[in-house]
Design a protein around this ligand. Structure first.
Ligand code: PMP
Length: 429
């Protein structure tokens, strides 16, 4: 572990950091983090930063959580990893059983990151039609959606920033509009109806992020649309995949977002917060009906072959089981109070400030747009940089600034975070 004096000597030119324009860091040095505790990250100079975006939405109970640490340490002395083919282990078995009980699904397929989970659901949906003799080569998704950055997941995404460059190499997909607001729901359903009339026989699955398109600039949309669109697809034999990789595990105010939509998809993809933000893991939950289609003697060649080396990793599963233990302490209920506290604080301090538009919240997601920025840098980078000065990590999506804190944030830390956001807004408008 480098000391304060020696981290400067580390040569980090070999790491190609994702999503950052490395060119930016020619004049804005990367921020090396030495340690973390609760909602705080600490650099090598001893300066603290509130993790306002839960390290890309994965960290639910704060960093370095004593209980998750303990469970991880116990597991590491027992079994670190073993392949999940032919062999199994108690952490994976328990986790699958608990997730099925909590969600009402019957089977849990493991993968090792969100994009891989989406690939599993896409392949499984296509394959399950194929097993019934139906060749359905297309996927349907929502405009402005985001499902990860492997090729299949990117194909069904709708955010040009990530996908346009690779459009020459995608699988076949169709897109239907997401409602802009409540008044737009009927138009969006009508557009979906038209696509389904022409294409329903060719579509394996409809994939969507229920309630919030997170990477799509924190676009909140109607539960009723999710319900009706899902019904329309299911009635026509199209399987429905809910990508709750970002919105699952309490983010939208219920343990799973689909609970608020009054409908159950055929596949539920979970990742990110599943391990409390400790280790990569994803699951795809589905029904016995789907599972049974693949259940046949080897000679019939019906198996679902999707086998990542680290699938169902024991350490990741131990963290996920510890995370579920923490949820058993009434977190979803307690978050209602925390959500109201944050909402009130943001309304009192940010609403009406110059440039702040469309302040909104859903569960433990808070967002607003910042308008009228006149600086020469792009806004997202300027906000990130100013945020560091004010002691908070913010990484806007375009001009959408969002706040997605850990569920353990104290009222004092809420005040501090919102104060920092006010500082950033005032400095930039
Ligand atoms: N789906 C959604 C809705 C996401 O937000 C993300 C990640 N931001 C993914 C899929 C991909 O997950 P991962 O980054 O773990 O591949």
């Amino acid at each position: 572990m480098p000391t304060n004096a020696t981290w400067h000597a580390l040569d980090f030119k070999y790491v190609w950091h994702p999503c950052s324009q490395m060119h930016d860091h020619a004049h804005l040095p990367l921020l090396p983090i030495k340690s973390a505790k609760g909602v705080y990250l600490y650099d090598f100079e001893g300066k603290s930063y509130i993790d306002g975006i839960s390290s890309w939405w994965v960290n639910l109970f704060g960093h370095n959580h004593p209980y998750i640490n303990k469970k991880l340490k116990e597991q590491i002395d027992q079994l670190e990893h073993v392949l999940l083919a032919g062999l199994t282990h108690p952490q994976a078995i328990n986790l699958a059983a608990r997730l099925c009980a909590l969600s009402g699904f019957d089977k849990c397929f493991f993968a090792d990151n969100g994009s891989a989970g989406v690939e599993v659901a896409l392949k499984m949906s296509y394959h399950s039609h194929l097993l019934e003799g139906k060749q359905k080569p297309k996927f349907l998704s929502l405009e402005n959606g985001y499902h990860g950055e492997t090729l299949g997941a990117l194909s069904v995404g709708g955010v040009g920033l990530y996908k346009d460059t690779y459009k020459g190499i995608f699988c076949d997909q169709l897109q239907t509009p997401v409602p802009k607001d409540e008044a737009d729901v009927q138009r969006a359903l009508h557009a979906l109806e038209k696509i389904l009339e022409q294409e329903h026989q060719n579509i394996s699955a409809f994939i969507l992020e229920p309630l919030i398109q997170c990477a799509g600039n924190m676009h909140f949309y109607s539960a009723d649309f999710v319900k009706q669109a899902t019904q329309m697809c299911q009635e026509r034999g199209i399987l429905v995949i809910f990508d709750e990789i970002a919105v699952g595990f309490g983010r939208t105010g219920s343990l799973f977002a689909f609970e608020q939509c009054g409908i159950k998809p055929d596949f539920l993809c979970l990742s990110k917060g599943i391990t409390g933000g400790y280790l990569p893991l994803a699951v795809v939950l589905t029904s016995d009906g789907i599972y049974d289609k693949f259940y046949a003697p080897y000679e019939q060649d019906k198996s679902f072959l999707h086998s990542h080396s680290y699938t169902g990793n024991a350490l990741a599963c131990a963290c996920a089981n510890a995370t579920l233990d923490l949820f058993e302490q009434g977190v979803v209920e307690q978050n209602k109070t925390l959500s109201r506290t944050i909402q009130t604080c943001m309304q009192e301090q940010l609403e009406g400030l110059k440039g702040v538009k469309n302040l909104r919240s859903c569960g433990m997601v808070f967002a607003f747009e910042l308008e009228g920025y006149k600086g020469s840098q792009r806004l997202s980078l300027a906000v990130f940089q100013k945020g560091l000065e004010f002691g908070i990590i913010l990484r806007p999506l375009g001009n959408t600034i969002y706040f997605m804190p850990a569920y353990t944030m104290s009222p004092d830390e809420v005040l501090k975070s919102v104060g920092a956001m006010v500082g950033v807004v005032r400095a930039l408008t």
